[in-house]
Write a new protein. Structure first.
Length: 340
């Protein structure tokens, strides 16, 4: 399996000409009935060997954790971090394997965060509450810096999202410590972080509207990170969870989902719709149960929403073209083009 970035690198090396690569992309688009840019591709598994190596990496990382834990409380996390970097030198830098690279990047950044958290907590067990606050902030900062170093070394797209997530944890806990009243308004903090990450993702996306380089993969993971931070607080403010199953609530949730669908169509990313799907199904189930459909309310809700999304998926390209008509030309030029 070859990615768009592999084709671009082959053009740079002179293996393919620009014309032959364009003809190949056109041929694939005609075979699939859509351009590659509309499929929101990202490299995950190129062969079963990726899955096999990923499973072995998990086994080795778990073993490192168990051995390290036998010495000190934070030894397992440190051993796992070292093992993740060492394995990345083989399977990421040399072999360029997608799934193991994603797994090892998560293990490295997560291991750095866990090591800092466990080390500082063990160093101040007498003041657990305050030490936890400080440990989370400092560990998040170190994890964000480590993610930047990992990106500089290996260029794994998910690493940027991991670094942003670590930075978000640091900022969130720092704001909570500086302004204690925010502890009752963490949903607002998450929402603001989601907006910031969403705009960062759009900056990466707009730098590669044809989605031919690694920057598009970076944007994908950032959108995947921003989506729950945006969607969760929105539906929390609408009192979806724990609220009544009235038609009014169902209508409001449906309208909000249509807005999210319009945004997803505009930027050609499906993360927002996927994140909001649980809330829509939950609300639809509550509405059906409120109106007498008790036994099969979840099944009917899933059927209705599933059919609607399936139809949207089939007609994604013409619907997206219709939505883009209402955007100014300057903005359309910076968004992925959608054409049959």
């Amino acid at each position: 399996m070859y990615t768009e970035e592999d084709i671009s690198n082959a053009i740079t090396k002179g293996i393919f000409s620009q014309e032959s690569a364009s003809s190949f992309r056109k041929f694939i688009a005609e075979q699939r009935g859509s351009l590659a840019v509309d499929e929101e591709n990202f490299r995950l598994v190129s062969s079963f060997n990726d899955i096999f190596v990923a499973a072995i990496c998990v086994l080795l990382l778990i073993s490192a954790i168990m051995i390290g834990d036998s010495f000190v409380s934070w030894g397992g996390a440190l051993a796992e971090t070292i093992a993740a970097w060492a394995l990345a030198e083989i399977f990421t830098r040399n072999r360029r394997m997608a799934l193991p690279s994603i797994l090892l990047a998560c293990a490295f950044v997560g291991g750095i965060f866990a090591t800092g958290l466990l080390f500082q907590t063990a160093a101040a067990p007498h003041d657990l509450l305050n030490s936890t606050y400080h440990a989370v902030i400092l560990s998040g900062l170190v994890a964000a810096l480590s993610a930047w170093i990992h990106w500089w070394r290996f260029r794994v797209p998910i690493t940027v999202a991991l670094g942003v997530a670590a930075s978000g944890i640091t900022l969130g806990w720092l704001a909570r410590e500086l302004f204690p009243e925010l502890s009752q308004k963490m949903h607002l903090v998450f929402f603001l972080l989601g907006i910031a990450i969403f705009f960062l993702a759009m900056r990466w996306d707009m730098s590669d509207p044809a989605r031919l380089t690694r920057r598009s993969d970076v944007a994908f993971w950032l959108h995947l990170l921003a989506a729950p931070l945006l969607v969760g607080p929105i539906f929390y403010f609408l009192h979806v969870i724990g609220g009544s199953g009235s038609l009014r609530v169902g209508l409001v949730v449906l309208i909000m989902y249509l807005v999210l669908a319009a945004i997803s169509l505009s930027i050609d990313r499906r993360a927002l719709m996927a994140s909001a799907l649980f809330y829509v199904i939950f609300t639809m189930t509550a509405v059906l149960r409120e109106h007498g459909v008790v036994n099969l309310s979840l099944a009917f809700a899933g059927l209705i929403i599933g059919m609607a999304l399936l139809i949207l998926s089939i007609f994604w390209h013409p619907v997206r073209q219709f939505v883009l008509r209402y955007f100014p030309a300057s903005l359309q030029s910076r968004l992925p083009k959608s054409q049959r």
